[in-house]
Design a protein around this ligand. Structure first.
Ligand code: TXA
Ligand code: MG
Length: 352
């Protein structure tokens, strides 16, 4: 298939382009589009055939459910029942935005979309291109991240093209995704609300609306006995091609340990990628075999989150033999960053 690639203004997208993209969705085609979190691969969520095409294009296991994207709160009524009071409060505060809420699904939502689950995950994105496309495409767009299954999520159109050119009908290029990590997923069907995937909205921000909120124990742990409730969190994900280790501990010790590993790698004739804060980058750059990406200042997690997936792809492109990363804890986005980084590393952590 020939993939049509269209540049769109991220704030004032061209109406004719959006209309064409919307028509593709109404005819059960696939359109990749920017959101404020990462790029999504969209299809009509209420059409079993369209949703099935998403799994095929991504190479995604069909028991891993999709998030349904809407463009207005009223759209919830057709697909979810009940709509709890807490959900309304959360939506009032944080929609449109990087928050996904689980509901019991109505029959109109096909099993292909929810991977056979009785629940449906719903999000209302704030990105103007996403909102316009959802409206033009019928109001209900299933959209996983627009990467091949197992690859880092795309934060710009070139990443999508790398993975999906020739596999989808259209890619809308609306520049870089602002957040860089996927939405926070919250489950309100338990007695105490549970975060199934950490994201831009932190536990504290949800607690501000809901009172006590728990974090799914599967999120920062590799344990086999804690099965995360979001099926997608079980799969090895976001994997760069080279093995990745995370170094955690006192900042000085971390830098020393990574420098030691760089020297060892040099003796083996290997090139190593290093993901670090701006503060330590120069130390690593002194090593000739190091390909260093400073993911922003260590105390600015927003910058780290924004840079993370792109960095993992760059290490692949550069042909790194292995990757060493500093740990990035703390702040509003610390849990979200470490959740993705730990999964990319297959939970390989060196404590120093
Ligand atoms: O920010 C985002 O949420 C992005 C953009 C494109 O909106 N989308 C995204 O979709 O990250 P995806 O498919 O890559 O991740 C969806 C996650 C998976 O872990 C999936 O298992 C979980 O949501 N999920 C979806 N429906 C669910 C359900 N009914 N119950 C539990 N988990 C669900
Ligand atoms: Mg994904």
């Amino acid at each position: 298939m020939i993939t049509r690639i269209e540049k769109v203004d991220p704030v004032f997208p061209d109406a004719a382009v959006i209309e064409t993209a919307g028509r593709i969705l109404l005819e059960d085609g696939l359109v990749a589009f920017p959101t404020e979190t990462v790029y999504g691969l969209g299809a009509n969520a209420l059409s079993p055939d369209a949703a099935a095409k998403i799994y095929a294009a991504k190479g995604r296991p069909s028991d891993n459910p999709l998030i349904v994207h809407i463009a207005s709160i009223d759209a919830l009524d057709l697909i979810a029942d009940p709509i709890p009071e807490e959900a309304r409060k959360l939506a009032d505060r944080y929609w449109p935005g990087p928050l996904t809420i689980l509901f019991r699904k109505k029959a109109v939502v096909p099993d292909t979309t929810t991977g056979g689950l009785p629940t449906v995950a719903v999000r209302m994105p704030s990105h103007p291109v996403a909102a316009a496309l959802i409206r033009a495409g019928g109001g209900y767009i299933a959209a996983p991240s627009a990467n091949l299954s197992g690859r880092p999520s795309p934060t710009k159109a070139s990443h999508v093209i790398e993975d999906l050119d020739g596999r989808v009908d259209m890619i809308l290029d609306g520049g870089e995704a602002a957040v860089g990590l996927e939405s926070t997923i919250v489950d309100l069907t338990e007695e105490v609300p549970v975060i199934l995937r950490p994201g831009f909205y932190s536990r504290e921000m949800l607690e501000d609306v809901l009172g006590e909120v728990r974090i799914d124990p599967g999120i920062l742990s590799p344990s086999e006995n804690v099965r995360p409730k979001a099926p997608g969190m079980r799969y090895r994900h976001y994997a760069p091609r080279a093995p990745l280790s995370i170094f955690e501990g006192d900042a000085g010790n971390v830098a020393a340990a990574i420098e030691e590993r760089l020297a060892e790698a040099a003796r083996r004739g290997e090139m190593a990628g290093v993901l670090c804060s701006g503060e330590t980058a120069e130390r690593y750059r002194a090593h000739e075999n190091a390909y260093v990406i400073a993911a922003g200042s260590g105390n600015d997690e927003a910058e780290v989150a924004h840079a993370l997936y792109g960095a993992l792809r760059q290490f692949d492109e550069a042909g790194a033999d292995r990757i060493f990363s500093e740990a990035f804890y703390g702040g509003q986005l610390g849990d979200a960053i470490m959740n993705r980084l730990l999964k990319a590393a297959g939970y390989t952590v060196v404590r120093v």
